[in-house]
Ligand binder design. Sequence first.
Ligand SMILES: C[S@@+](CC[C@H](N)C(=O)[O-])C[C@H]1O[C@@H](n2cnc3c(N)ncnc32)[C@H](O)[C@@H]1O
Length: 240
Amino acid sequence: MGTVPGSVPGTVPGSVPGSVPICRLCRLCRWTWWTADNKVSQADRDKWNARYREGAYAARTHPSALLAEWLPKLEFRETHPRAIDVGCGTGRNAIYLARRGWQVDAVDVSEVALDQLSETANAESLPITCIQADLEDAAHRPADLFTADRYDLAVMARYTNLPLIDKLKGALKAGGYLIVEEHLVTEADVVGPRSPQFRVAPGALRDTVAGLDIVAYREGIVNDPDGRCAALAQLVARKP
Ligand SMILES: C[S@@+](CC[C@H](N)C(=O)[O-])C[C@H]1O[C@@H](n2cnc3c(N)ncnc32)[C@H](O)[C@@H]1O
C-alpha cells in the first residue's frame, strides 16, 4: 500500500516512529487512516486482501447478532462513547456502532477491507478511524493502540486472537464492556475456517477473561441472519 503525502492531525492513536497518518480517500476528512509504512505482516495482509478483492463477506453487512442483541441492554456512562473493533474487516460492527453515535477505532491488517469501510464511513460522515495494523505483531501496530482506560467497548468478532484479549481488557475503562464472538471447534457443517487453528476450543474464550465479570457466555450452533449456520463461542463481559 502506498502512503499518501500530507497528514491529517488529530484522531490518530498511533505513534510508531516513521508512521504516517493519512486519510487514503480524501486526505481532508477528520477520520484518519493510520499505517506503519507498509510494515504489517505481508503474508496475512496478502491473504486477506486477496479475499476481500474477491468479494469475501460482501453480503455480510448485518452486524453481529451478539452485538445487536446486547448493545441496547448495556449501560454506558459516556454520551459519546468510544469503541475499538479489532479484526474489523469491512466494518459491519464498526459501522453499526458509529451509526448509533459511537466513535470507533476500526483495526485490520487488510487495506482492501479498510478502503471499503472508509468509503461507507466517508459517505455517511461516520466517526470511524481506520487503523491498518498487524494485531499479531506489536511492532506493526500503533504503540498506544491499547492505552489503558481508553475504550467503553471492545469488539472482536470472528477474528481468532485470544492473546489479544489481555490487551483489550487493559484498554477498557472501568465499567466498559468486551463483546467477543469466535468460531468454535466443531464437527458440524458450518461457516468459517476449516482449520481448528482458527477456531477456539470449548471453554477457551471464557478462560481468557479472568478479572472481568461475565454478563453472558454461550457456545453452540447459531443461525446467522443470512440463513447460514455458525458454531460460535460468544461472550459479553464487563470490566469492574
Ligand atoms: C473473518 S474476518 C472478520 C471480520 C469482521 N470482524 C466481521 O465479523 O465481519 C477476520 C478479519 O481479521 C483480519 N485479520 C486477520 N489477521 C489479522 C492480523 N494479524 N491483524 C489484524 N487483522 C487481522 C482479517 O483481515 C479479516 O478482516
